[in-house]
Ligand binder design. Structure first.
Ligand code: PEP
Ligand code: MG
Length: 312
């Protein structure tokens, strides 16, 4: 039988002129982590820990959690892994740990807002898994809205010996305040799925508003720029882990805006690696400037494509 086609390694990707861009996978379990390992990506940029607990009605024990986190870490030894703490209260996740029946769950007690002692249990389990696998884990909190929340999260993480504590930027207020938030944590990762939903006030699950719910919306791109500029000023990593990173053209724009890592479904990685490898960093910047100057999502797309075609 013919050997399977050799898979192109996406790790260590650089633009054509040598500017490094970390390429990471979004995963929910060890099988996803194995896909990241198979394409030799730089690591995992978003481990959605709640997915593993979706079918449970109660929080699993610290031991069960530690085993699960350990199984994911074991798939990608020596690579960066960012574990996101529980994002409960939304569409796909565990039953909410707070009062049921909120009229507007996307704006309710979800993510970090739902923090109870469950967060401490989870960080303890992550610390145990990291010790077993002998790695230094990165952790990040979802749905952070204020610098005080970022500070609170980092303080709790430090209690468990976790030295790299970051937050997701997926609430517009957090993007606007990125500078102050970055002062309170070690890195940020922009969740464009929710950031787009909240910026455009357009439900990410609702087809009728899909045109608004588009990460090419210049309003979203301007927020990304704000965050990237703050990251550069602080000398701290700024990733994107929403599916916007999986669009090869938009991935180049994000790099041009100053984003340092891109995390996406593993299957999207090869095409994004190729697009970045074919562009110069200056080209990416020209694409970003063109997209930022547009007044609609479609115009931003067209402007970026045009900038790519005409850049020298
Ligand atoms: C996001 O909001 O962009 C994100 C990556 O998180 P999730 O899709 O799990 O809400
Ligand atoms: Mg999100």
């Amino acid at each position: 039988a013919a050997a399977p086609a050799a898979q192109r390694s996406v790790g260590g990707t650089r633009t054509a002129d040598g500017y490094p861009v970390e390429l990471l996978g979004n995963v929910g379990d060890a099988a996803g982590a194995a896909e990241v390992a198979a394409c030799e990506a730089d690591g995992i940029g978003l481990f959605r820990t709640e997915l593993a607990f979706r079918t449970r009605t109660r929080q699993p024990s610290i031991e069960v959690q530690a085993r699960l986190y350990s199984s994911v870490l074991a798939e990608v030894p020596e690579r960066k892994v960012i574990l996101r703490t529980l994002d409960t209260g939304t569409d796909t996740t565990m039953p909410p740990s707070h009062g049921l029946g909120e009229r507007n769950p996307a704006l309710g007690v979800r993510g970090y807002r739902a923090t109870t002692n469950l967060l401490e249990d989870q960080l303890r389990a992550i610390a145990i898994a990291a010790r077993v696998q002998d790695v230094d884990p990165w952790v990040m909190a979802p749905m952070i809205s204020t610098p005080a929340e970022a500070r609170g999260f980092r303080m709790i993480a430090r209690r468990y010996g976790i030295s790299r504590a970051g937050v997701m930027i997926e609430v517009p207020a957090a993007a606007v305040m990125a500078d102050a938030i970055l002062a309170e944590c070690d890195f940020v990762s922009i969740g464009t799925n929710d950031l787009t939903q909240y910026t455009m006030a357009a439900d990410r699950e609702l087809g009728a508003v899909a045109e608004l719910n588009d990460p090419w919306q210049p309003a979203v791109l301007r927020l990304v720029r704000t965050v990237a500029v703050a990251g550069t000023a602080h000398g701290k990593p700024v990733g994107v882990c929403g599916e916007a990173a999986a669009d090869p053209l938009l991935a180049c724009v994000l790099v041009g805006l100053g984003v340092t890592s891109l995390s996406m479904s593993p299957r999207a990685l090869p095409a994004v690696a190729e697009a970045i490898g074919e562009s110069d960093h200056g080209q990416c910047q020209a694409m970003a400037v063109a997209a930022l100057g547009a007044s609609s999502a479609n115009a931003a797309r067209a402007a970026a494509r045009h900038a790519l075609a005409t850049a020298d």
